[in-house]
Design a protein around this ligand. Structure first.
Ligand SMILES: Nc1nc2c(c(=O)[nH]1)N[C@H]1C(S)=C(S)[C@@H](COP(=O)(O)OP(=O)(O)OC[C@H]3O[C@@H](n4cnc5c(=O)[nH]c(N)nc54)[C@H](O)[C@@H]3O)O[C@H]1N2
Ligand SMILES: Nc1nc2c(c(=O)[nH]1)N[C@H]1C(S)=C(S)[C@@H](COP(=O)(O)OP(=O)(O)OC[C@H]3O[C@@H](n4cnc5c(=O)[nH]c(N)nc54)[C@H](O)[C@@H]3O)O[C@H]1N2
Ligand SMILES: [Mo]
Length: 749
């Protein structure tokens, strides 16, 4: 098969889609939607302003207090000295060498979590990991902020890595359109989030699928605190954050009590229902998990719960669960329980039935595409075995040597002396930022490669200015997308910015490891090398791809990867022959009760799903903190990227806080008022938007504002992470608990 595509203007790809870039040769002057994208996002509109913003890091910069006396406490409030590249690289290379020689590579933290930019070679995380591996290794991190908790718990249930399940084994929108009668969506299928997909999404299509579903009369039920979490036309069943497990248990109770459980399915394909059932029916704890029990916990009338249970028991139902549900304390429970509920319905492995995770979280989920081999920079191997769960960074920095639990293992936090970050913004993404701000003062040295003076760059000792994708050439490709891009260099580097590859090459030369790091290739040499491997793989498939020079010429091609009949998922194969194709769980079946998890002996994640309320939620509201804060992803950007330019727009900051009219009235607030959002952990400003699209007593403040709270007084632009809690989801998952936080709101004094 050949690919289609023509030579157009300069198109590039990004995590939020492809777009055309207009330049005057030196500067980006505008962007235009990509013609093939029927639902383009507006995220690139701000790009010209952001790329040339005054907050770009222009030259290598070293913090004054670190240079003078290795002071670590002034991070965030100190000034920087600009140095020529050679001098700054000398200083950084000597420091990395000193630390690795004096303290060993296990004192270097290089997890460096973050989304960085799209583009396969200049992927900042691959670059930093390759560099640190070449330098003898680093302490790394497991999992993501997105799905860390699910990545730990779900393999115990289905026996596959969670990402393989969510990206590779779920029904496509086509299959859902054809077979699903009821979409029961916990946390919605979010239109704002499906704009984005890691590595690129060229044809956005989630919106048009939901238009089709509405026309088909499909029942799409959004369960959660905000009606806007699902496309228009879906039914909204408003529920309290963190209450989903209680609701799922009540649905399961109804099925069991009314003989609607698919016993044959449970017997053949699952293990442990007999251990779970007594809990469900209240035979052990005296509390049957009835709709009447769940009703005050979740906020839905018992009658409504029964009606949903009846609906899902009598129609082909796909339960979908947003990733947000597991970014909360005890996030393991709704995830595991959704699988149990789906198993009781007996539709797992049938087209359009069962359970799927993260539809809408990432626009690529649900696309039915033939997979190709990825294009990735080899990272080498890491000789250091210390790995922390990604969201435990502040604990690690604060408590070296302290023991912690994670997924059945007890480990000790390493003693970190040097932190190196490239491609992430922890002072955007981590919870309880005032706590991180204190922990961040402990390492001897912090080095950051960043295009912009983010809160993280401002808290580093050595800052190297990195290019943006528009200042270098790359290849754009994602396995959840059917396009291939040459991402051309569009403008010269801003200031003295260099590519991460050039920065690490400069350090590697000084440390005597350049040959191993570069393998003698310059960036173009690497692009050609990585592309050749991709071409070789393509030759083994039926997919024709242009050669490197032709791709350069054509800029982009649409690959014929759409498949009408998707490959059978592992669950379909399992359903067809459970003995011949057992799951990779200890029992070979779906684990409703897990001996393994039970054996860990964790009080916060026992051997089957249970209702475990988080430490902060509406069920335990206090007069000091009566409102549940959810902090979703921002609709107008990707995380904290390009925030500098968005924040310049008149009236855009502080960030918008959505609030129910009754809560606003109680506080004398109206849309547009500037408020203080606060709890015992921190305070930030926000701009109120009064709306009936949110449940009473819940407020929503998106992430993405740059943390600007240097004295830990009040964060001016509205970063919700000054309010969120920095605890693991449980000893098992240790994911981030971003959606667990109670706050109050007052008019700004
Ligand atoms: N309260 C709350 N907090 C959350 C969440 C939540 O739901 N609620 N969600 C969490 C989730 S799911 C995630 S994924 C994280 C996201 O957190 P991050 O991924 O850390 O957020 P980004 O803003 O994308 O950070 C990427 C950084 O890389 C920089 N960058 C871009 N390209 C390059 C490059 O080529 N080289 C270098 N050196 N740097 C580059 C950007 O300027 C930016 O500062 O946030 C988490 N935090
Ligand atoms: N535009 C844009 N899109 C993005 C991103 C971005 O930064 N910008 N980031 C991407 C990334 S990294 C990720 S991981 C995904 C995340 O995708 P999700 O995890 O789905 O996203 P969130 O926006 O955190 O949450 C979605 C909604 O869940 C609801 N919610 C919160 N807590 C609960 C709960 O306990 N129960 C229920 N039922 N609902 C709850 C909230 O109302 C919230 O609006 O989004 C991706 N998409
Ligand atoms: Mo994420």
């Amino acid at each position: 098969m050949t690919c289609t595509g023509k030579k157009t203007g300069k198109v590039t790809s990004s995590h939020w889609g492809a777009f055309e870039v207009l330049t005057d040769g030196n500067k980006i002057v505008g962007t235009k939607p990509f013609a093939n994208d029927r639902e383009p996002t507006g995220i690139s509109d701000i790009l010209p302003k952001a790329v040339h913003h005054s907050s770009r890091v222009l030259r290598p910069s070293i913090r004054r207090g670190w240079l003078d006396n290795r002071n670590t406490t002034d991070r965030g409030s100190d000034t920087f000295v600009e140095l020529p590249w050679d001098e700054a690289l000398d200083i950084a290379a000597q420091e990395i060498d000193r630390i690795r020689k004096d303290h060993g590579n296990s004192s270097i933290f290089g997890g460096s979590y973050g989304w960085a930019s799209a583009g396969r070679f200049h992927h900042a995380l691959s670059q930093i990991h390759r560099f640190l591996n070449t330098a003898g290794g680093y302490v790394s991190s497991f999992g993501s902020y997105s799905t860390g908790c699910a990545q730990a718990i779900m393999p115990h249930v289905f026996g596959v890595p969670f990402l393989k399940y969510t990206y590779g084994s779920q029904d496509s929108w086509e299959t859902i359109a054809e077979h699903t009668q009821t979409l029961l969506m916990f946390g919605g299928v979010n239109p704002k989030n499906s704009q984005v997909s890691m590595g690129g999404i060229t044809e956005h299509e989630t919106g048009s699928w939901f238009e089709k579903f509405a026309a088909q009369g499909k029942r799409c039920i959004n369960i959660g605190p905000q009606s806007t979490d699902a496309p228009e036309g879906c039914e909204w069943m408003p529920t309290k954050p963190a209450s989903d497990t209680a609701l799922m248990l009540a649905l399961a109770f109804y099925l069991e009590e009314n003989g609607l459980t698919d016993r044959a399915f449970l017997d053949r394909y699952t293990t442990g229902f007999d251990r779970f059932r007594p809990y469900l029916m209240g035979e052990r704890d005296g509390q049957p998990k009835t709709p009447e029990w769940a009703s005050p916990l979740c906020g839905l009338p018992a009658e409504k719960i029964r009606e949903i249970a009846q609906q899902i028991a009598t129609t082909r139902t796909l339960i979908t669960v947003a990733w947000s549900l597991q970014r909360a304390e005890h996030g393991e429970q709704p995830y595991w329980m959704s699988a149990v509920l789906a198993a009781m319905l007996g539709q797992i492995g049938l087209p359009g039935g069962g359970v799927g995770y993260g539809y809408g979280a990432i626009g690529g989920i649900g696309k039915s595409l033939q997979r190709m081999q990825g294009i990735t920079l080899p990272q080498g191997t890491n000789p250091i075995s210390d790995v922390i769960p990604v969201a435990r960074i502040a604990d690690m920095l604060m408590y070296p040597g302290q023991e912690y639990d994670f997924n059945g293992k007890r480990s000790k936090y390493p003693d970190i002396r040097l932190v190196y970050w490239a491609g992430g913004n922890p002072f955007h993404h981590h919870q309880d930022l005032n706590r991180l701000n204190n922990a961040w003062k402990r390492p001897e040295t912090i080095i950051v490669n960043e295009p912009w003076w983010t809160a993280t760059a401002k808290r580093a000792d050595i800052v190297f200015p990195a290019t943006t994708p528009y200042e270098r050439e790359d290849i754009g490709r994602s396995n959840l997308d059917n396009y291939l891009f040459n991402m051309p260099q569009l403008i010269p580097p801003v200031g003295e910015a260099k590519d991460d590859y050039a920065i690490f090459t400069g350090l590697a030369k000084r440390m005597g490891i350049a040959d191993a790091f570069t393998e003698g290739r310059d960036p173009e040499g690497w692009l050609r090398h990585l592309y050749r491997r991709f071409e070789e793989h393509a030759q083994t498939t039926s997919i024709d791809v242009p050669d490197f020079d032709e791709l350069r010429e054509r800029n982009w091609v649409r690959l014929p990867l759409k498949v009408d009949t998707p490959e059978k998922s592992f669950l379909t194969i399992f359903r067809e022959d459970p003995d011949g194709n057992p799951l990779h769980t200890p029992s070979g079946k779906i684990e409703i009760f897990s001996e393994t998890v039970d054996g860990f002996g964790y009080d916060d994640c026992p051997g089957h799903p249970v209702w475990l309320p988080p430490s902060e939620w509406l069920g335990q509201a206090t007069p000091q903190s009566p409102l549940h804060l959810v902090s979703p992803q921002p609709g107008d950007k990707l995380h904290s990227q390009m925030e500098c330019a968005l924040a310049d727009v008149e009236g855009a900051r502080p960030e918008t806080l959505v609030m129910h009219p009754s809560n606003a009235n109680q506080r004398g607030l109206k849309t547009g008022d500037i408020v203080k959002v606060f709890n015992a952990r921190g305070r930030c400003l926000a701009r109120v938007f009064v709306s009936t699209e949110i449940l009473l007593d819940v407020v929503a403040l998106p992430t993405g504002a740059w943390y600007g709270d240097t004295e830990q007084k009040i964060d001016p632009d509205g970063n919700p992470n000054v309010l969120t809690i920095d605890v693991g989801t449980s000893k098992l998952g240790q994911g981030c608990s971003a959606h667990t936080a109670m706050v109050d709101v007052q008019k700004r004094d």
